[in-house]
Design a protein around this ligand. Sequence first.
Ligand SMILES: C[S@@+](CC[C@H](N)C(=O)[O-])C[C@H]1O[C@@H](n2cnc3c(N)ncnc32)[C@H](O)[C@@H]1O
Length: 273
Amino acid sequence: MHEIALSPQEFELFRSYIYERVGIALSPQKTTLIKGRLNKRLHALGLSSFGAYYDYLVADTSGEELATFVSAISTNVTSFFRESAQWKWLESYMPQLVAAKTTKKLRIWSAGCSSGEEPYTILMFLQKMLHDFEAWDIKILATDISHKVLKHAMQGVYEPKQVEGLPASIIEGAFEKKLNAQGHYQISQALRQKVLFRHFNLVTDPFILNKPFDMIFCRNVMIYFDEPTRHDLIGRFTSILPKGAPLFLGSSESLTSHRESLKLLGSSIYQRL
Ligand SMILES: C[S@@+](CC[C@H](N)C(=O)[O-])C[C@H]1O[C@@H](n2cnc3c(N)ncnc32)[C@H](O)[C@@H]1O
């Protein structure tokens, strides 16, 4: 398979399109990465130049090729109970949250949910923390730019190695029996029904969300965004978070703006002031 070259002019087309559509700021040093990661895709599509691929990308109004491009240059890596310090913090926050509630209703957004481990972890956690879990009206909104990961997330099927390190009580409460000869596990239907998976581009889609969230998770999503894009997104999260509610970022992410409306509580957890 011969390698298709990527000229500086072609790189510039991708750079400006990807920045505008996804907020990812590609520096010229990423030329080799794009060329390397996308060559296979061009061959699969039967295209002989990056210019032709650019036309294909822009013409695809479904956004699916954009998601393929983003997946090729970034990562969908995730896992159950990722960022353990944050779950520890949530344990101590839950009594306060429950006491402040006037109805048994919880609304949580997992923004950039990848293949579903994050929203399902939220439910596993709540199952453990709320003695009357069944009595609560719980809905998790789980969104991602990639249709591919959303499809996986909706099925909720995971490999044994992803599941078997979890405590037995969690496995028993959250998963159906092993599905097949490979021993895959599936999230129980009761839990899957509590998650609303939606395709959503955090950079370009409007936040038409009129119900307030009790908390928002946007972890390890903004790593590729530049500062103005991060600033804008955090501002929009802030505008829909009620006072006192937490915003969870990835452990390598921190805020450099919005300090007047978000207070750092530790472990990349911010509280709406
Ligand atoms: C590394 S994963 C993080 C998954 C999970 N939040 C976690 O921390 O384990 C990043 C996810 O963000 C999604 N993503 C990247 N840019 C996005 C955008 N502009 N809008 C929505 N999702 C985006 C990717 O498709 C990917 O699934």
